[in-house]
Design a protein around this ligand. Structure first.
Ligand SMILES: Nc1ncnc2c1ncn2[C@@H]1O[C@H](COP(=O)(O)OS(=O)(=O)O)[C@@H](OP(=O)(O)O)[C@H]1O
Ligand SMILES: Nc1ncnc2c1ncn2[C@@H]1O[C@H](COP(=O)(O)OP(=O)(O)O)[C@@H](O)[C@H]1O
Length: 199
């Protein structure tokens, strides 16, 4: 039975109904940071934690977006703006479906992250700054891309010859610590719980 404070709008199933049924507060947990900062790893581990806590989630990252929805886009500024615009619109649909959407994109420009924020209601956009210094990202270099960017094989690489505008006041700031990805994810999970975004 629906909670008594939820009003039924004439045969219209809306976000409130869907999220009440799922028993959660829908949101976009937006991870931003340099390549190699840990966005994908943390987002994956976080989604597992949320799934285990009975949350309904969907993870958007390069694997399911840059091969499909945004498969026509490259990495110059214009393409990145369009990439984040499309991801923002899709995230909004997931929120409307009552889900907790997790996104793991560099999203280097403040205006584009704020565009996503502007599409959502207050409290639905949770910006998480995965603040790993470039020296650490470059040392990790999980895909060998920093090496290619340094040698000039790849152009417009974020942090090398393309800008990254760090968030000034993210909802959650994951300051770098020399720790495992599980430990960093735990810090994020606790911060999300403390701020009331998740159970
Ligand atoms: N030039 C350049 N700059 C940055 N990144 C590059 C580039 N070329 C390819 N890649 C790979 O693409 C991933 C970044 O894609 P995103 O969609 O997250 O980028 S953006 O938000 O549109 O800036 C990024 O993935 P992550 O390392 O997971 O961040 C890279 O693997
Ligand atoms: N505390 C940590 N948090 C996240 N990733 C970490 C951490 N420590 C080491 N790593 C490693 O760093 C790399 C981060 O890569 P990835 O998650 O693809 O980053 P991004 O998605 O930001 O490009 C992975 O190989 C991961 O195992």
């Amino acid at each position: 039975m629906a909670p008594s404070n939820i009003l039924w709008h004439k045969s219209t199933v809306d976000k409130q109904h869907r999220s009440a049924k799922l028993g959660q507060k829908p949101s976009v947990i937006w991870l931003t940071g340099l390549s190699g900062s840990g966005k994908s790893t943390i987002a994956n581990l976080l989604e597992k934690r949320l799934y285990e806590a009975d949350h309904a989630t969907y993870l958007l990252d390069g694997d399911n977006v840059r091969h499909g929805l945004c498969g026509d886009l490259g990495f110059n500024d214009k393409a990145r703006v369009e990439n984040i615009r499309r991801i923002s619109e899709v995230s909004k649909l997931f929120v409307d479906a009552g889900l907790i959407a997790l996104t793991a994109f560099i999203s280097p420009f403040k205006a584009d992250r704020n565009y996503c924020r502007s599409l959502l209601a207050n409290g639905e956009f949770v910006e998480v700054f995965v603040d790993t210094p470039i020296e650490v990202c470059e040392k990790r270099d999980p895909k060998g891309l920093y090496q290619k960017a340094r040698s000039g094989e790849i152009k417009h690489f974020t942090g090398i010859d393309s800008a990254y505008e760090a968030p000034q006041s993210p909802e959650i700031h994951l300051h770098y610590k020399d720790e495992t990805a599980q430990q960093t994810t735990q810090r994020l999970y606790l911060a999300l719980q403390e701020k009331g975004y998740v159970k």
